[in-house]
Design a protein around this ligand. Structure first.
Ligand code: PMP
Length: 338
């Protein structure tokens, strides 16, 4: 089948694809065997717990074309582990890891016509887990839906040769200590839309959220982790109320084990970040996004000439090479879709 997509102008937006996976869980029966259906809508009760109380989690993954025409996934097991870890806190049933690892490649195969050519983007894969049975009081659902849909996507942060412009958000926080920041739950995103849109309206690509307790330490952007480079030291905020990004973890390992950089997970203040040599954001969608400028209140700092610094460049190239299968995968992170 040929699909009518302009691969040269992909953005990070939804293009419906051929197939989605749908699996249902009932408290007394467990998961059914799931089915592959055409992409489409569902009937859900207005009293579903996902709609009323936010009992919903999601993941984000990518399948990319390799230069030799293959298709690669990147650390898919980490996505289902993170989803299941979130499910524990949200009283949701675990989805079996092995089933996930056979289902995701099948979803990709069924949508193979929608995978962008090498270097032009990725097939974004969105697994979702929702509590769907109807109830009135605040409690966990009895029944759940696990849905995986896909979309071809281009760059998440639109930029040219230069990096993105970021602003520190001083008017909203994303996550509190002992809250849900470390979980990919749906409410984390809606809650700070206003802050992100405010930053957009002032010309920034995204905002950086500060910790909720002292409003001093940078946590992360709205959907990507944060790194700062000081000489040959790479610093990223420690885990706690931030999302434990799979890209973040991969970069920490590449930097430490392959490039022998000093790698530190610790609190980082805005003032420290303003003095860094380079900043970048990381994520499945963001990949590695260099930061050109950081603005905090009336202070604005430009990093170098705004183009990616040498450490950012080196890390980006290595991560992409591993994902594309053009550099040896010594960590066993890449899962080819056959
Ligand atoms: N932080 C947040 C809030 C996110 O939504 C994401 C995207 N999943 C990330 C960080 C990056 O995580 P990952 O590298 O696993 O995509």
């Amino acid at each position: 089948m040929t699909v009518n997509i302009n691969w040269d102008h992909l953005t990070f937006s939804l293009t419906p694809t051929a197939s989605q996976f749908v699996c249902r869980y009932e408290r007394d029966k467990g998961w059914d065997k799931g089915e592959y259906l055409p992409f489409g809508e569902f009937l859900i009760s207005p009293a579903a717990s996902v709609l009323n109380y936010g009992q919903g989690l999601f993941e984000g993954m990518k399948a990319i074309k390799t230069p030799s025409g293959g298709v690669n996934l990147f650390r898919p097991e980490e996505n289902i582990k993170r989803l299941n870890a979130g499910g524990k806190q949200f009283f949701m049933p675990e989805f079996p890891v092995e089933e996930f690892l056979t289902m995701i490649p099948e979803v990709v195969r069924r949508n193979q016509d929608y995978i962008p050519p090498f270097g032009l983007g990725a097939l974004y894969i969105r697994p979702c887990l929702w509590g769907v049975s109807a109830g009135l009081g605040v409690k966990q659902a009895d029944d759940y839906l696990f849905v995986v849909y896909t979309s071809p996507v281009g760059e998440y942060y639109k930029r040219g040769e230069k990096g993105v412009d970021l602003e520190v958000c001083h008017t909203a926080t994303r996550a509190s200590p002992q809250g849900c920041g470390h979980i990919k739950c749906i409410g984390n995103y809606a809650g700070v839309l206003h802050a992100k849109l405010n930053a957009h309206s002032r010309g920034f690509a995204d905002c950086l959220f500060l910790d909720a307790k002292e409003s001093s330490y940078i946590e992360e952007a709205s959907s990507s982790n944060f790194f700062a480079v000081f000489g040959d030291t790479l610093v990223t905020p420690q885990l706690g109320s931030i999302l434990p990004g799979i890209t973040r973890n991969s970069i920490l390992r590449i930097a430490k084990e392959q490039f022998k950089l000093n790698v530190t997970e610790k609190k980082i203040t805005v003032d420290e970040a303003l003095k860094a040599d380079e900043l970048f954001l990381t994520g499945t969608a963001a990949v590695v996004t260099p930061v050109a400028t950081l603005t905090s209140k009336s202070t604005k700092k430009e990093y170098g000439d705004g183009t990616p610094g040498p450490v950012t460049q080196m890390i980006t190239e290595r991560l992409l090479a591993i994902q594309r299968g053009t550099y040896p995968d010594e960590f066993s992170w890449v899962v080819p879709v056959n």
